[in-house]
Design a protein around this ligand. Structure first.
Ligand code: FMN
Ligand code: SF4
Length: 465
């Protein structure tokens, strides 16, 4: 495994758009160490740049104090839900004489339009390992697992080397860094299913079972992998823990300044027809405008029609919503979710119905099939959208789509996959009903015009891919 030089150039190059001159330890805890050429940071360099200082501090602390620091820092889950990491960690401590359990890193990253965890794992794998040691200590875990999306071959390679380096240096295994705490990490590559990102489906998959979500309660904090207390956190969430430990909760919370009540920075990104798609580490609560400006605005010939703030399972927003602070609570007030914080922009020249059809086909294909509204409803939804996209929608189809969105909404299915699919559907119809109406009317009234419009949007879609 270690035949590959630790700092060999990656096939996949960094899409971080901030140069080394802009990134500072005081302001960019996730990315300040990264190289401009995107090459991987090995253990020696990571340690020279204060690597594992946060873990060493945490290992000398009582787990309850580590949890308290995470709560005060207000690190909210970067996997999309925004749940407080400190509160989640405190839930493994409820009850007497609980057995030691597991710390699981959710590295499935299959949310459409999301590519932030990939960069962290490929280029700075030791930051994640350090975050997992801190989480493992706080949760009294005996073992850590990284559940990695199967297609992330480069990340697998980078993590495997880093785990080996950490073991050889005594940072993993028995008596981590002489602290008396035993902790090891195993890398588990998945087979590429979106539902494996849902934390309880992930646990089933880890146990070798079919990846169906589990009923909650019990929550993983009480009974997770192999029935033991288990914490599941996103890659970016865990990567924030070292800085909280090293610099303190107040320092971390203050990174977002007046922009947000949430603490720290966030990896924001943009994909679609912009001039400079990529990633930026910015204070959480940075506005959409600021992020779009960094992405160089829309490409020539394109104007912004709508955007998804954080992946395919978030709701469409309008150009005026770019002025919002992109944090969990603010975006939630406008019928969407911050999700992963990676914006997908849609040009006026793209077919919104076509884009939505594509998304819903993805959600239909990735349904685990456990509950009927999701298993059958999503395929039906995609079929209706396909008809509308081709100008063959029937009167009543829009109302039917709205009914579908309601039937798969929160609380009506076994897990959040179907409500995630409902969000872009419901919001697209709410904001752009005319686009859907055009697909119904055209066949009956304007057959020729439909073909002409189709050629223009097909060209725009081609540009994106
Ligand atoms: C269908 C579905 C897919 C998900 N995929 C991911 C994923 O790829 N990565 C992730 O971190 N969280 C994903 N989540 C959220 C996880 O269930 C869980 O909330 C998250 O890993 C918790 O980590 P956090 O608190 O650090 O955000 C997904 C949720 C659902 C319903
Ligand atoms: S909502 Fe969909 S993915 Fe979730 S349990 Fe039901 S069928 Fe499976």
């Amino acid at each position: 495994m270690t035949a590959i030089p630790a700092n060999s150039r990656l096939r996949y190059h960094s899409q971080l758009r901030q140069g080394a001159d802009e990134r500072r330890e005081e302001t960019h805890p996730l990315t300040w160490r990264l190289h401009d050429d995107g090459s991987r940071i090995g253990l020696d360099e990571y340690r020279q740049k204060n690597g594992y200082a946060g873990a060493e501090k945490a290992l000398a602390m009582d787990p309850a104090d580590v949890i308290e620091a995470m709560k005060t820092a207000n690190v909210r889950g970067r996997g999309g839900g925004g749940f407080s990491a400190g509160v989640k960690w405190s839930l493994t401590q409820v009850g007497e004489n609980l057995p030691r359990g597991y710390t699981v890193c959710n590295a499935d990253e299959m949310e459409p339009g999301t590519f932030k965890d990939r960069m962290l794992m490929e280029q700075q794998p030791h930051l994640l390992i350090e975050g997992m040691i801190i989480a493992g200590h706080a949760n009294r875990s005996k073992y850590g697992y990284i559940f990695l999306r199967g297609e992330y071959v480069e990340a697998a390679r980078s993590l495997a080397i880093a785990i080996e380096e950490a073991r050889e240096a005594g940072l993993l295994g028995d008596n981590v860094a002489g602290s008396g705490f035993d902790f090891n990490i195993a890398l588990h590559t998945g087979a590429g299913r979106y539902i494996c990102g849902e934390e309880t489906a992930l646990i089933n998959s880890l146990e070798g079972k079919r990846a169906n979500p589990r009923a909650k309660p019990p929550f993983p904090g009480q009974s997770g992998a192999w029935g033991k207390p288990t914490v599941v956190n996103n890659v970016e969430t865990l990567c924030n823990a070292p800085a909280v430990m090293q610099h303190g909760a107040d320092w971390y919370q203050a990174l977002s300044g007046d922009l947000s009540g949430d603490g720290g920075t966030k990896l924001y990104g943009v994909s679609g027809l912009v001039n400079k798609p990529g990633l930026w580490e910015l204070p959480i609560g940075t506005s959409g405008w600021d992020i779009m400006e960094r992405a160089g605005g829309m490409r020539e010939g394109h104007t912004l029609k709508t955007w998804l703030p954080g992946g395919g399972s978030t709701g469409f927003l309008l150009p005026e919503h770019l002025e919002l602070a992109l944090d969990f609570d603010t975006v939630g007030q406008y019928g969407s979710r911050l999700g992963t914080g990676l914006l997908t922009v849609v040009s006026q020249r793209q077919s919104l119905v076509g884009l939505l059809r594509n998304l819903e086909q993805f959600f239909a294909r990735e349904s685990c099939g456990w509950c009927t509204p999701c298993r059958d409803g999503l395929h039906w939804t995609a079929k209706i959208l396909q008809a509308i996209e081709h100008g063959e929608g029937r009167p009543g189809d829009i109302e039917l789509l709205q009914e579908h969105a309601q039937n798969i909404g929160p609380g009506l299915t076994f897990c959040a996959h179907a409500p995630g699919a409902a969000m872009p559907l419901e919001s697209a119809i709410r904001h752009f009903r005319a686009d859907f109406e055009a697909g119904i009317v055209k066949k009956e009234v304007e057959g020729v015009t439909a073909a002409a419009d189709g050629a223009d949007t097909a060209a725009a879609n081609e540009e994106v891919s």
